[in-house]
Design a protein around this ligand. Sequence first.
Ligand code: GTR
Length: 425
Amino acid sequence: MNMKKTLFLLITLLTSQLAFPQQFTPNYDESKVPAFVVPNPLETFNGKKITSSKKWIKNGRPELVEFFTQNMFGEIPGDLKISSFEVVEEGDAYNGKAKRKQVELTFKKNGKELDFTILMYLPKNVKKAPIFVGYNFDGNHTVTTDVNVIISDAWAENDPSLGIVYNQLTEQSRGAATRRWAIEKMIDAGMGLATIYYCEVDADKNDFSEGVHPFFYVDDQKQPANNEWGSIAAWSWGLSRAMDYFEKDADVDASKVIVFGHSRLGKTSIWAGVTDQRFAAVISNNSGCGGAALSKRRFGETVWRINNSFPHWFCKNFHYYSKKEELLPVDQHELLALIAPRPLYVASAEEDQWADPRGEFLSAFYATPVYELFGKKGISTIEMPAVNQPIQNTVAYHIRTGKHDVTDYDWDQYIKWAKKQLNIE
Ligand code: GTR
């Protein structure tokens, strides 16, 4: 190659990197997973051994919660309680088997107002129903074909296939996500569902001028400080406020609220379960990087990639670990361990390599010693189960066939497991 050609190639290469800095080749090859040490959850940062559940609660758990708060999800800068709530609509649903309620929560502070609406389906034959609570991606009206469900006017990412143009949800997407929400199965099992459109709490975009973040700005602050909450922590905050409401709703058994989430909303359900111990159990469905998957494996989506594509999800401090996973003094199994001794279900999908199913499984495995301190059974083998062969203990895991999604298969497992774990009749 002559000089000119070499120079041309070099310049093209350099400029393409500048023009497309997000170019990234994920690793899907197990043999290329870097060697790393799994941080021991039964040892404090300064090397003290944790030998009992008491010591875990006193010395282990608090410093890990603090680390994940300050360096990953971000701290909530203040308190914001429900100002008022209103049942804006209710009626019968699912052939009279269920009661539908739409409850609007309102928050007010310094002249600002935020509202979000919880859509609930509760079994009529149960006095105080155990419920699953989880966010939906595209509006409450997508989880069911029920024409009574109110369409949110909150911001939505444009998606013409769902009739979302001008960032507004429309009638076209009513029922579009029913396959992800096995509502009738829940009702038939004597359980309810509560769901919220996540962008009502904080729009999923790298813009901190709307949603709940501005409620806490001081002077001319425009975005959260480096250690303050990103969007995942804001969405988790919303789940806790929903929990505040459930404690006041006579139709709900607030001691049996299972927090559920898929993908980014699975990262959210984990963080909600960690920060709010009123959630009786936690389900992470295909949560992947920043959720159940071990970061240090750098398999599929990585810390750098997630911080680059979604700079608003985690706090700014987390960006420090982009391409520096080896410097993390923790990994995601310790995040999962913070849910102990409460039941935890981690689920993967075979074709969802981006979320690193093996990394999700290993996380549940490495979290298990903490559960064992409480006399609970977790995942005791490092061998991944075969597809569609769930392991269901206090810590549960399955990998099902298929893609990144929530399916009836997943719900069949969650319902069966939740009933057993929480003694639901
Ligand atoms: C992807 C992202 C994942 C996951 C997913 C989702 O684009 O890389 O971490 O959160 O979105 O939420 O559907």
